[in-house]
Write a protein that binds this ligand. Structure first.
Ligand code: GLN
Length: 309
């Protein structure tokens, strides 16, 4: 077995030198400020060993990676009833697409496209004030990562609220079908803010550990979800975590993963490790360009694809 720390540092160095860096997202103006040359990688194995490479300690906007954690919270609240509000099939279309919603009567394809994540956020919000729901999401991440310094980047949240016309369209459209229970503005406010949570690769890999270890943090022994739920969240990550790039990600990397337009990816090697990578330049599907390439190199060198060597 190659030395984990060495592999992580090697890959970070290789990525630092590559000229192809993808395109930084600009549709949320505040995200356009990200440095296209940044690259970070963090891997935490079953024994709690932490391997860091590049800018693994620099916080970035986790964006849609937050949807893994809101899905976990919503399943905790509603159990399988959640699946009446949102499907669990890959969409084959862009993360912010509206087209399927009309055919499918306002029920989003899966919890990771924007429409689905907005419906999940609405479920978490029901019975609470937006501030309470947001506090619950943030505290959940702080608990998982064992780090109370994790915070929301208010400038990113405000920037997205100012320009989030498509998300407002998706939310209003779902509201017209009765899929959202709360005032659209409230649901969107919570959604924009949880997308604007800032975390480093190390913090994110910490937060993902329960998914790699049957629902339990292997260091503290504390259970977050039952093993069956962790397995199912991983399944949805594998099939839907990269939007219309999910097939390519499974083909090349072979791990459940969730991307965000901030350039982060959380990937889970079941039984082995929780992995977070960050490089702000995106590919055409809105997934981190070098993030995917780095994960492909990592799983190849360590033999970690769930599909075999
Ligand atoms: N907050 C972003 C949006 O709603 C999240 C998209 C993403 O990360 N893919 O557009």
């Amino acid at each position: 077995m190659p030395d984990l720390d060495l592999v992580v540092k090697e890959i970070a160095e290789e990525m630092r030198q590559r000229p192809d860096r993808g395109e930084v997202a600009t549709y949320i103006p505040e995200l356009a400020r990200a440095d296209a040359n940044a690259f970070g990688l963090a891997v935490i194995d079953a024994d709690g060993n932490v391997a860091l490479g590049g800018d693994a300690e620099t916080p970035f906007s986790i964006q849609s990676i937050s949807k893994v954690f809101t899905l976990t919270l919503a399943l905790g609240k509603a159990g399988d009833r959640l699946w009446q509000r949102v499907g669990r099939e890959p969409s084959g279309s862009a993360f912010n697409s509206i087209i399927q919603l009309e055919y499918e009567h306002g029920i989003p394809r899966n919890p990771f496209i924007n429409a689905g994540a907005i419906a999940v956020t609405d479920l978490i919000l029901s019975g609470h004030q937006p501030r309470e729901a947001l506090g619950e999401i943030l505290r959940f991440l702080q608990f998982l990562a064992d780090d109370e310094t994790i915070a929301i980047d208010e400038a990113v949240a405000a920037s997205e609220r100012r320009t989030g016309f498509r998300n407002a369209a998706l939310a209003n459209y779902m509201k017209s079908f009765g899929v959202l229970e709360n005032p659209v503005d409230f649901t969107l406010g919570v959604y924009f803010h949880h997308c604007a949570i800032a975390m480093s690769c190390r913090q994110l890999a910490m937060a993902g550990r329960f998914l790699a270890h049957q629902g339990r943090n292997p260091t503290t022994g504390r259970s977050v979800v039952v093993p069956e739920r962790a397995r199912r969240i991983n399944a949805v990550m594998l099939t839907c975590g990269h939007y219309d790039g999910s097939g390519e990600f499974a083909y090349r990397v072979g791990l459940p993963g969730k991307s965000g337009v901030g350039g982060g990816i959380l990937a889970i090697a079941p039984g082995k490790a929780s992995i977070a990578v960050w490089s702000p330049g995106l590919d055409a599907s809105g997934n981190s360009h070098l993030g995917r390439i780095a994960l492909e190199a990592l799983t190849k060198r360590l033999g970690w694809s769930i599909f075999g060597a």
